[in-house]
Design a protein around this ligand. Structure first.
Ligand code: TMP
Length: 205
């Protein structure tokens, strides 16, 4: 099974990913985690390039090619292998992020992303947890971090990304579970565990 977590900066994805990993391991499942962009030797190098602060202009098309280079390489060198070996793979972001950030956030044509995505023969997550917080809350939560190239974007940018995620969630109700990420860590943990168990049971029979 392939599970992805999505959300804007500071939505608490990493905490919930770690909690779900522990929960599933306690139940006896094999779990593999990855982050995007990244997750492979080449992907981590692409991640550094992608996030590096630079005085050069970076077009969303350039971003999309970097992201899809990392994603295809991840598919070939990690994701399929782990899923075929019976692991539950938990991804800290996947392809919904490109639609939310590059298309909704930066105005890239969705048709362009659909074309690269469909031509790349990639997997779709079985289940996606979208952790929803406002752009203002996001800014507040990450204000003490040293910000990378993406984190330095404006509150208006993150609001467009958020609206993108909300639209993706509305269009894919079978796959995407939208969570109110203002709730407590424990409440969110329980909701995520319940939905994951439901999905695992449904996939068994
Ligand atoms: P993070 O997941 O560690 O926060 O950093 C990844 C950054 O890359 C984050 O700002 C979102 C951004 N990103 C995109 O813009 N498009 C994508 O497709 C992905 C996977 C990430």
């Amino acid at each position: 099974m392939f599970i992805s977590f999505e959300g804007i900066e500071g939505s608490g994805k990493s905490t919930q990913i770690d909690l779900l990993e522990s929960h599933l391991k306690e139940l006896g499942y094999k779990v593999a985690k990855l982050r995007e962009p990244g997750g492979t030797l080449m992907g981590e190098k692409i991640r550094d390039i992608f996030l590096q602060d630079t005085s050069e202009k970076v077009d969303p098309i350039t971003e999309a090619f970097l992201l899809y280079a990392s994603r295809k390489h991840l598919d070939q060198n990690f994701l399929r292998e782990k899923i075929n070996q019976g692991y539950i793979v938990i991804a800290d972001r996947y392809s919904d992020a490109t639609v939310a950030y590059q298309c909704f956030g930066k105005g890239l044509e969705k048709d362009f992303i659909d074309l690269i995505h469909n031509s790349s023969n990639l997997l779709t997550p079985d289940l996606t947890f979208y952790m929803d917080i406002s752009a203002e809350m996001s800014r507040e939560r990450i204000s003490d971090r040293e910000m990378d190239r993406m984190e330095s974007e404006s509150v208006e940018f993150f609001d467009r990304v958020r609206q993108g995620y909300l639209q993706i969630a509305a269009e894919n109700p079978e796959r995407v579970i939208s969570l109110d990420a203002n709730k407590s860590i424990n409440e969110l943990k329980d909701e995520i565990a319940t939905k994951t168990t439901e999905k695992l049971n449904a996939s068994l029979g």
